[in-house]
Write a protein that binds this ligand. Sequence first.
Ligand SMILES: Cc1ncc(C[n+]2csc(CCOP(=O)(O)OP(=O)(O)O)c2C)c(N)n1
Ligand SMILES: [Mg+2]
Length: 351
Amino acid sequence: MRKVLHNFSIEYLQVLDENGVCDESLKPPLSDDDVKKMYEAMVFARVFDETLLKLQREGRMYTFASLRGQEASQIGPAYALSADDWLVPSYRESGANLLKGTPPEVLYVYFAGDERGNSIPSPVKHLPVAVPVGTQTLHAVGIAWAAKMRGEKSAVLSFCGDGATSKGDFHEALNFAGVYKTPNVFMVINNGWAISLPRSKQTAAETLAQKAIAYGLRGIQVDGNDVFATYSAVKEALEFAYRGVPSVIECVTYRMSDHTTSDDAKKYRDPEEVELWRKRDPIDRLKKYMYAKGIMNKEYEEKVQQNSEKRISEAVKKAEAIQEQEPIDLFKYVYADMPLRLKEQYEELMS
Ligand SMILES: Cc1ncc(C[n+]2csc(CCOP(=O)(O)OP(=O)(O)O)c2C)c(N)n1
Ligand SMILES: [Mg+2]
């Protein structure tokens, strides 16, 4: 006997098309005020990004991973979170971190190489930046499992890239979430590249979202440059998560920048590809919608830009006024109780 045991399909969601035209039947229930807040958060993320890139070039910071082009993949999801939901970012989610409530000076301090940038002020529920690829998914499952055991109504939104889907961590996390029905929403940011490795060489699977199916999770692919689609998909996935149904959301977007400040993408990318995606800019797309809807004008546009620049320059001043750390501070931030090995090193340094 031969029979089909399972047939699967993957849904794709786009609400705002490339010209900013909205499919009203799919538009999530967002007021004009909500839309303005999302736009302001996207511009703020971009200005933060541009400022930090300049500061890095001036030697005032270390390596930095730009989010340019991925604003809608971060702001829509972060806007959907409630204060009780957790955010578990990778190294490229500055926009989501800022919207969740981390002050820009704290994030800047992190990228300036100071451990105090890992100290997320309470009660903001997000983990510090985690650079090891794919580990975010496992951290997210641990937090979600704890929330479930405590009977809390809280879900966990984690971020990882297309490259991370090839890591064992990703598969272990999805498997665990499926078996234990943890309240997880796994964002997979498919930005086309894992440093110089293109998406086409990452996996033979047609979508990254379909990897959810094998583990018994929901999987959906969304237009990652459409802030209404990313918001809507996450809002829906959070409702499933509270009921013990985890999801994978693949955001199809593009990394407009180099991988980090230590990379030169011109060495391996076709400029025509970059140009194609420039036309799909997520901020321009939302702006077109807002102009057509009559909730945007030149004056407001300039004000949002100026306010963002002002807020960031104040944050940089605040961050740079923080006292330099002493070598002894190296010992402070990893363990609540220092293990013997570290205690000995600490005492040696102090003697
Ligand atoms: C465990 C681990 N291996 C290798 C690296 C080096 N590394 C940093 S980013 C990256 C590529 C990740 O690509 P992707 O998951 O698509 O995320 P993106 O950078 O595109 O946001 C690699 C290999 C690392 N940080 N951690
Ligand atoms: Mg990538």
